[in-house]
Design a protein around this ligand. Structure first.
Ligand SMILES: NC(=O)c1ccc[n+]([C@@H]2O[C@H](COP(=O)([O-])OP(=O)(O)OC[C@H]3O[C@@H](n4cnc5c(N)ncnc54)[C@H](OP(=O)(O)O)[C@@H]3O)[C@@H](O)[C@H]2O)c1
Length: 286
């Protein structure tokens, strides 16, 4: 398989690069300095030059509060760039696997969201990612859109790393919100599933997360427990009590149900505590 990964310098892109290379794929890892996905010329040049079997589109502007402050830039990076990648894949005959997010949903549901539920993003980030999904769906018949949530991996900043860093100071007050619930998902599990979807050229929208919905407070407790610290150190706070308040609204409940994968007989990713334990070991023991 010849594969191209956009955003290959990021948390998911770097793990995917590793997984694809280990599987024997001929993989071009395009980080932002090699391929700026907002440049239509660059995207067409790289994709039509390589003509990969599969393009894994991981590049995105993922700073949720940054997007809220600059929605135009969010649309440029997360929506218009997806148009370019989609066009290039259509012209090159490449299968496209585009990554999206639980933040396309409002978060007001009382049961997990399935792929066919109506998106209703409440943040500029979520709106820009949904616009990107629409570019992919409209522009490249047969493309896959994979929504995931609360990503953690060895590369890049994420909540697991943040909790570990804060917990290293025993005097540090550890307070996390208990009124935002989602599925922590680990790149070490997600990346092989993305490859599987890419190789099979499966079309349509998929929800792919680790199992075990929890709040950020619950997740922080699990991180501490995995690292051998006292989970009781973590205090629960409400989103409304955060000082200062976060600029972008987050969904209160964005648990994704992988109904499409299940229907195709593809096993769900395991409970998040398994990959969490591996990641904590890797981060704390080198
Ligand atoms: N992180 C999460 O919790 C989460 C949850 C659900 C879904 N997702 C989705 O999962 C995907 C991967 O996220 P991630 O956690 O790996 O994010 P990440 O670590 O921020 O990686 C995104 C990568 O895209 C790059 N990028 C930004 N603008 C670009 C541009 N114009 N051209 C090329 N590359 C550009 C970034 O480079 P710079 O660092 O140089 O800006 C970064 O390396 C994204 O689609 C994201 O929306 C993430």
């Amino acid at each position: 398989m010849r594969a191209l990964v956009t955003g290959a310098g990021g948390q998911l892109g770097s793990e995917l690069h590793r997984v694809l290379a280990e599987a024997g794929d001929d993989v071009a890892a395009a980080s932002r300095d090699r391929l700026d996905v907002t440049s239509r010329d660059q995207v067409l040049g790289v994709v039509l030059g390589l003509r990969p079997d599969v393009v894994y589109h991981c590049a995105a502007w993922t700073d949720v509060d940054g997007c809220e402050a600059d929605p135009d830039r969010a649309l440029l990076v997360n929506a218009l760039a997806s148009r370019h990648v989609t066009e290039a894949c259509r012209l090159a005959g490449s299968h496209l696997v585009a990554i999206s997010t639980d933040y396309v949903f409002a978060g007001t549901a009382t049961r997990p969201y399935v792929e066919w539920d109506q998106p209703d993003p409440r943040s500029a980030y979520g709106r820009s990612k949904l616009a990107g999904e629409r570019e992919v769906a409209a522009g490249c018949l047969g493309a896959a859109i994979v929504r995931t949530s609360w990503l953690c991996g060895a590369a890049g900043p994420n909540m697991a790393r943040t909790v570990l860093r804060l917990a290293a100071d025993p005097r540090r007050d550890l307070a996390f919100v208990d009124d935002q619930v989602g599925n922590p998902t680990f790149t070490s599990d997600l990346a092989p599933l993305l490859r599987r979807l890419g190789v099979a050229r499966l079309p349509g929208t998929f929800h792919a997360t680790n199992q075990g919905p929890t709040s950020w407070h619950g997740f922080a407790r699990e991180v501490l427990a995995a690292a051998g610290h006292d989970p009781g150190r973590v205090r629960a706070v409400a989103t409304a009590d955060l000082v200062p308040p976060r600029p972008a609204p987050r969904p209160a409940y964005s648990v994704l149900d992988g109904a499409a994968l299940r229907g195709l007989g593809i096993d769900p990713l395991p409970d998040f505590r398994d990959p969490l334990a591996r990641l904590v070991k890797e981060l704390t023991h080198g």
